[in-house]
Design a protein around this ligand. Structure first.
Ligand code: ZN
Length: 148
């Protein structure tokens, strides 16, 4: 009976689909783009400013993966504060999910704390929401779902 329950329970699980991108905090986006173009030997395919977040982002494709460079456009931006405290470098991991609202609900029921309980518009045509790192062992996690 217990095994049957576990089997059914596991079959209801909808896993996160893939790592959508890795976010890298940088102080100067133009210099960082040049550096990453050399590092990855490919061109940046998109530069986008997200006004609501006071950030400018730049994206690179590496196979099925992406790297997102994130720089502050305002000293009050959370990215500016992050760099001030910890310096440039790895910032967040973003997972592609099928249904972001359901995923937020599921994560909250598992005890994770969201920074955004309601998804907002992010860069690269995505709906996004961040988890608070204090409930994910210090890891800043972003959920994203393609906007239609
Ligand atoms: Zn991101």
């Amino acid at each position: 009976m217990r095994q049957l329950f576990l089997y059914l329970y596991q079959n209801e699980r909808i896993p996160m689909r893939k790592i959508e991108h890795l976010g890298v905090a940088v102080s100067n986006i133009d210099e960082a783009i040049k550096l990453y173009e050399k590092l990855l030997n490919t061109s940046c395919y998109k530069i986008e400013e997200v006004g609501s977040e006071f950030v400018k982002t730049a994206f690179f494709k590496i196979g099925e993966s992406k790297i997102e460079l994130v720089a502050a456009t305002n000293p009050d931006s959370t990215i500016a504060k992050y760099i001030e405290k910890r310096g440039q470098g790895f910032h967040h991991i973003a997972f592609d999910v099928e249904d972001i609202e359901k995923e937020i609900e599921r994560l909250e029921s598992e005890g994770f704390q969201m920074i955004q309980r309601t998804p907002k518009d992010g860069a690269d045509n995505k709906k996004i929401a961040f988890l608070h790192p204090k409930t994910s062992n210090g890891m800043l996690v972003e959920l994203c779902q393609e906007r239609n």
